[in-house]
Design a protein around this ligand. Structure first.
Ligand SMILES: *[C@@H]1O[C@H](CO)[C@@H](O)[C@H](O)[C@H]1NC(C)=O
Ligand SMILES: *[C@@H]1O[C@H](CO)[C@@H](O)[C@H](O)[C@H]1NC(C)=O
Ligand SMILES: *[C@@H]1O[C@H](CO)[C@@H](O)[C@H](O)[C@H]1NC(C)=O
Length: 171
């Protein structure tokens, strides 16, 4: 009797275990590049008359971004998606980000991550929060670190290198 119950329970457990583990998503580490091209893939929509010493933009500038993400540093490298949102310029060499990383190719095509954070561009490595996500990244937590990869001081074109560490919800 007892052993029958044990067999039944283990059969029940075996049949449930795929359901129990089906939401057990793995943490994700991705490395990619974002191409920031003023007047092409990002546009200044508001500004003030208060300059920020050393900055291309005045305090209060709001820049709308729709920047290409590629796997490698070349702009011809495999396109993974876009960074879409806004960047606002503080009264220092710091910008505040409110943007989504939207994947349109690769393993996470159709999923997105919400990025919020402060970016002190004088620092070699900056860290921003992952505030959530959609698709594979629904209710994700995590962070990204960003480094300036290149800047063209004539055109304002810049490229940033991103390491992303996302922890999707376990349930
Ligand atoms: C972008 O366009 C505006 C308006 O034409 C211009 O004033 C500004 O200098 C341009 N910025 C860059 C980085 O080319
Ligand atoms: C890609 O980069 C090259 C130079 O590195 C530039 O000439 C070209 O216009 C860029 N293409 C795009 C789509 O930005
Ligand atoms: C990404 O997903 C969309 C929608 O399912 C699909 O139309 C598109 O072909 C996919 N892109 C790539 C590069 O696989």
């Amino acid at each position: 009797m007892a052993s029958h119950t044990r067999i039944l329970l283990s059969l029940l457990f075996l049949s449930l275990s795929p359901l129990l583990t089906s939401c057990n998503k793995d943490p994700v580490h991705l490395h990619f590049y974002v191409h920031m091209l003023p007047n092409k893939t990002e546009v200044l929509v508001a500004k003030s008359d208060i300059p920020v010493p050393g900055s291309f933009y005045n305090f209060g500038s709001v820049i709308v971004l729709d920047n290409l993400i590629t796997e490698g540093p070349e702009n011809t490298s495999y396109p993974l998606g876009k960074t879409q949102g806004v960047m606002s310029v503080m009264n220092s060499l710091t910008v505040t980000w409110a943007a989504n990383i939207v994947f349109t190719a690769g393993q996470y095509n159709g999923s997105s991550l919400a990025i919020l954070g402060t970016d002190d561009i004088t620092q070699p490595i900056r860290e921003l929060a992952i505030a959530g996500g959609s698709g594979y990244f629904r209710m994700a937590q995590g962070y990204i670190t960003i480094k300036t990869y290149s800047v063209d001081f004539n055109t304002g074109d810049a490229e940033i290198e991103v390491d992303l560490y996302a922890y999707p919800a376990k349930y």
